[in-house]
Design a protein around this ligand. Structure first.
Ligand code: BEZ
Length: 212
């Protein structure tokens, strides 16, 4: 069954390139997590994606976010592929890649979309909060590599909006003005976001509040 925003992320154990994980939820305890799937090992787009995430690992770390990939090939294949990823992208695989030959994780997270492919996973992304609830999903086809800077941007928004009564507008980036959510009264907004601007009664903007 599909998992939806707000659901508790299903737990699983798995072998990974960094060793066995007995409980995914225990592994990510207290952190945000990004779980992302790849159609297969030794495929061109996946190779570029895994290297791109490895290069951005320090940015995920800064955001208290653990990253973990999953591919439906066995562990020995992952280890061999890791060398290619370094050759092509110059980046070492510095986060775990789950070996899921029995497609347990793929099934649990509904990563196989039979009308796209019966056997390979689509490019799924799951962002899971420290409360283990699903905050965001993305689904890309095999032919389109993901934009991982966009993923960092989204995580910035998720983290900001989880601690303040704000939302972020189209194309928002860290440091730009935010939107005060409609449930906050003007009186309350004046206290929390002094000098906010009312563009429409339902659209009030203010500078981004400082991290808590
Ligand atoms: C790739 O990762 O390059 C890829 C995988 C499956 C189908 C098409 C492309």
């Amino acid at each position: 069954m599909a998992i939806r925003l707000g659901d508790v992320a299903p737990d699983f154990s798995a072998d990974t390139t960094d060793g066995r994980i007995e409980s995914f939820l225990k592994w990510k305890e207290g952190s945000w997590a990004v779980l992302f799937s790849h159609p297969r090992d030794f495929t061109p787009v996946c190779t570029t994606e895994l290297g791109a995430v490895a290069k951005l690992k320090p940015e995920f770390d800064k955001r208290n976010t653990k990253v973990i990939g999953v591919s439906v090939d066995p562990l020995d294949s992952h280890h061999k592929w890791a060398g290619d990823i370094t050759d092509v992208t110059g980046a070492e695989l510095n986060y775990p890649l789950i070996a899921d030959p029995e497609r347990k994780v793929a099934q649990l997270y509904d990563m196989i979309h039979p009308n796209a492919s019966d056997t390979a996973t689509v490019r799924s992304v799951f962002v899971i909060g420290p409360d283990n609830k699903l905050k965001l999903t993305l689904t890309y086809p095999a032919s389109t590599g993901r934009n991982f800077l966009e993923l960092l941007r989204v995580i910035d928004s998720l983290q900001l909006t989880s601690t303040h009564q704000v939302a972020t507008p189209a194309d928002w980036k860290q440091g730009e003005d935010i939107i005060i959510v409609p449930s906050v009264s003007d009186e309350e907004a004046q206290k929390r976001f002094p000098g906010f601007i009312t563009k429409k009664p339902y659209l009030r903007v203010a500078p981004q509040p400082k991290a808590q």
